[in-house]
Design a protein around this ligand. Structure first.
Ligand SMILES: Nc1ncnc2c1ncn2[C@@H]1O[C@H](COP(=O)(O)OP(=O)(O)OP(=O)(O)O)[C@@H](O)[C@H]1O
Ligand SMILES: [Mg+2]
Length: 232
C-alpha cells in the first residue's frame, strides 16, 4: 500500500494555533492530493498558510483536525520516531530557512542525508553529494560551512540535500527565493528531474509566477483555504 498513486492526500485539514488574541485558524479545511511524478505549485500571499500546510503535510506539525496520508500512511497518531522513520530516505524537505547543520561542510550536509537514509555510506555518499552540489553550481563551495556561504548558496545546499536521496516526495518552501535567474534555473531543473525521471511528487511553495506556471498544477491559498486551482 506504500507509494500508491497518491503520495500525499489531505482531507479537510485544519490547523488552529494560539495567538495573542485567542486561537487563530491558520488552515481551514484543505483537501489536496498529489500524484506520483506531479509537480504542484502552492502559491498565495504572505501569511496565507503555505508554510503551515507544508509543515503539517510533511508531518512536522500535527493537525488540529482532518487527515493526512503521506506515502500511504495516516500521519495522525504517529510518534515522532514513527514520523521520522516514514520520512527517512523517502521524503525530502527544503525549509524556507534552510536548516543546514552548522558544523558540517556543504558536502557533509548533503552526504549525511544519504547516510541517514542508509542508501549510501562513506565515499559513495560523498561522491553523490559532490555530484548534487555540482548540479546546483556549488562545486567550488563543497568545503564551506553554512556560516561561510551566502543565503542563496545555503539554499542550494538544502535543495541538493533534499534531492540526493531521490525521495518519493519533495516538500520545498521557496527553494528559489534567494536565487538569481541562473541559480534558480539549476534548482528548478534538479527538482523537476526528480519528478520527470524518478517519478517524485513535488510540493513546491513559491512566490514566483514563472516557476508556478512551469508546474503541472497550481493551487492558490488565501487565509487558510484553497481559493483557486490551475491545471496546466
Ligand atoms: N506558531 C504560530 N502561532 C500562531 N500563528 C502562527 C504561527 N505560525 C504561523 N502563524 C500564522 O499563520 C499564518 C500563516 O503562516 P505561514 O507561515 O503558513 O504563511 P505563508 O503563506 O508561508 O507566508 P510567507 O509567504 O510569508 O512565508 C500567518 O498569519 C502567521 O502569522
Ligand atoms: Mg512561508
Amino acid at each position: 500500500m506504500q507509494d500508491t498513486a497518491s503520495p500525499l492526500q489531505t482531507t479537510d485539514v485544519r490547523l488552529t494555533l494560539p495567538g495573542a488574541e485567542g486561537p487563530v485558524e491558520i488552515l481551514r479545511g484543505i483537501d489536496v492530493a498529489i500524484r506520483a511524478g506531479e509537480r504542484l505549485a502552492v502559491t498565495g500571499r504572505s501569511g496565507s498558510g503555505k508554510s503551515s500546510l507544508l509543515a503539517v503535510c510533511a508531518g512536522l506539525e500535527p493537525v488540529t483536525a482532518g487527515s493526512i496520508r503521506l506515502l500511504g500512511e495516516e500521519l495522525s497518531g504517529k510518534s515522532e520516531d514513527g514520523l521520522a522513520r516514514l520520512r527517512r530516505g523517502r521524503v525530502g524537505i527544503v525549509f524556507q530557512s534552510f536548516h543546514l547543520l552548522p558544523n558540517m561542510t556543504a558536502l557533509e550536509n548533503v552526504a549525511i542525508a544519504l547516510e541517514t537514509a542508509g542508501t549510501a555510506t562513506g565515499r559513495e555518499a560523498r561522491e553523490a553529494a559532490r555530484a548534487g552540489l555540482e548540479r546546483v553550481g556549488l562545486s567550488h563551495r563543497t568545503g564551506h560551512y553554512p556560516g561561510q556561504m551566502s543565503g542563496g548558496e545555503q539554499q542550494r545546499v538544502a535543495v541538493a540535500r533534499a534531492a540526493v536521496v531521490k525521495p518519493a516526495i519533495v516538500f520545498a518552501d521557496e527553494p528559489t527565493g534567494n536565487l538569481d535567474a541562473g541559480a534558480g534555473d539549476s534548482v528548478r531543473d534538479l527538482l523537476f528531474d526528480l519528478a520527470i525521471k524518478d517519478g517524485a511528487a513535488l510540493f513546491l511553495v513559491t512566490h514566483e509566477p514563472v516557476l508556478a506556471a512551469a508546474c503541472d498544477r497550481q493551487i492558490v491559498l488565501a487565509d487558510g483555504v484553497v481559493v483557486d486551482e490551475i491545471i496546466r
